[in-house]
Design a binder for this molecule. Structure first.
Ligand code: APR
Length: 265
């Protein structure tokens, strides 16, 4: 039995399976990852995207943010078979929650695609989705808290209206967690309790470099969960895993999902 088959067996038998995902699951969709030679942080200075910079210089922040957004999302992108494999596991009741560090919204779109394709998908199936770092396609007013789709706001930034302001006069901020900013208060405790409850904890397409996500696999292992890391390269936390599967998510996750389905029959 190879590692993928072992992981599939554990998922099929587990009561609670949780998946943590990172930029690597969206790489096959054309969304660039952050680290590595051609990563976003090799092309942009992450110091320009901190919460402190946003507070000091919101106009300059927004000009740089527009360029970053267009680099990451400008060419349009769709869910890929790895997103859809997780959505199928969720639809079939094998995935309790997806904790994603990604802000691209692709897990939610994959869940819609998979549900549309399955006439008897009951609406209560599916996984709880926690967007740990927010969602790049929304903005939020720092004064009144109002959220809006970001496209019209980006248009205003393109036209030089920086920083873009809400009707209340407050400045809009991308609805993502910036470096130096806290996660939304409910997200971290919920993520930690899901990790502790999980019988199987998958870490997929993440370098496991950034906290608090990086510590979740170890928290799952400490309460007896089987930790499976699925990643193209070695991660910072491979030592916390009982199974490490090296390879491309777009090949591995559909195979894993198929093996879980086979286990059921
Ligand atoms: N299949 C499997 N793994 C892949 C693939 C692929 N097709 N492509 C890339 N990877 C792996 C890389 O080897 C790398 O280890 O995905 C990982 C992506 O790591 P990062 O670029 O560091 O992204 P991530 O772990 O999500 O970063 C976490 O850092 O900058 C912040 O807020 C940002 O959410 C992000 C956080």
């Amino acid at each position: 039995m190879d590692d993928l088959e072992r992981l599939a067996d554990e998922i099929a038998d587990a009561d609670t399976v949780v998946a943590l995902t990172g930029a690597g699951i969206s790489a096959p969709s054309g969304v660039p990852t952050f680290r590595g030679d051609d990563g976003v942080w090799a092309r942009f200075d992450e110091g320009q995207f901190t919460y402190g910079r946003f507070q000091r210089d919101p106009a300059g922040f927004w000009r740089d943010r527009l360029e970053l957004y267009e680099t990451m999302f400008g060419d349009g992108f769709e869910p890929n078979p790895a997103h859809e494999a997780l959505a199928a596991l969720a639809r079939d009741g094998h995935l309790e929650a997806i904790l994603t560090q990604n802000t691209d919204g692709l897990h939610a779109r994959a869940a819609e695609t998979v549900a549309d394709g399955d006439e008897n998908a009951s609406n209560q199936s599916g996984a709880e989705l926690l967007e740990l770092h927010g969602n790049a396609h929304r903005v939020r007013c720092v004064q009144c808290g109002r959220r809006k789709p970001n496209e019209p706001i980006l248009e205003r930034v393109r036209d030089g209206d920086v920083p873009p302001r809400c009707e209340c006069g407050g400045v809009f901020k991308p609805d993502v967690v910036l470096f130096g900013e806290q996660l939304s208060p409910a997200t971290l405790p919920r993520s930690r309790s899901l990790a502790r409850e999980s019988g199987v904890f998958l870490a997929i397409g993440s370098s496991l470099f950034v906290e608090p996500a990086a510590s979740l696999p170890r928290q799952a292992a400490q309460t007896g969960g089987t930790v499976g890391i699925v990643n193209l390269e070695e991660t910072e936390r491979d030592r916390d895993a009982s199974v490490v599967v090296r390879g491309d998510v777009v090949d591995l996750l559909p195979r894993l999902q198929g093996l879980v389905v086979d286990d059921e029959h």
